[in-house]
Design a protein around this ligand. Structure first.
Ligand code: 4NP
Length: 155
């Protein structure tokens, strides 16, 4: 069985492409890549086609994680093409939930805040690092690694 996972943030240039890359890195290391489709998208469309933010790519690379995805905006089709849609913050969650409620047809994806899977933090949202300093990107990666580990235990 293949589990299809879509990570969602606002711009799809910081948090969700990093989550995608961290999960891909972990499933490769475990030799279970064939059981997953992993992707990411943004609720906003400003950065469509762009590579992930250089600061996020550099912070990930220091951990041996390569972020190669290009930004795209979430579509209604994603709500059926993926099994699990994991959102980074409350705004993203609300946007994806309302997309699923506004369509005429029933959608199949389960939509959840990603940090529900994290075991070593009390945060419920992955902070947006875009306007902050370098350390914000490392904090994001720590949270994403924690939640990816929890997700892989849960699946
Ligand atoms: P992300 O971060 O949602 O983690 O990709 C952001 C990237 C860009 C912007 C906001 C958040 N922006 O306003 O352009």
């Amino acid at each position: 069985m293949i589990t299809r996972i879509l990570f969602v943030c606002l711009g799809n240039i910081c948090r969700s492409p990093a989550a995608e890359a961290v999960l891909i890195h972990k499933i490769r290391a475990k030799g279970i890549s064939d059981s997953f489709v992993v992707d990411s998208a943004g609720t906003g469309g400003w950065h469509v086609g762009s590579q992930a933010d250089q600061r996020m790519r550099d912070a990930a690379k220091r951990r041996g994680v390569e972020i190669i995805s290009k930004a795209r905006q979430i579509t209604i089709e994603d709500l059926n093409d993926f099994d699990l849609i994991l959102t980074m913050d409350t705004d993203n969650y609300e946007v994806v939930k309302s997309m699923s409620m506004e369509t005429d047809t029933l959608t199949s994806a389960v939509i959840k805040p990603f940090l529900t899977y994290a075991q070593n933090t009390r945060l419920t949202e992955v902070p947006d690092p875009y306007y902050g300093g370098e350390e914000g990107f490392d904090q994001v990666l720590d949270l994403l690694e924690d939640a990816c580990d929890g997700l892989l235990v849960d699946l």
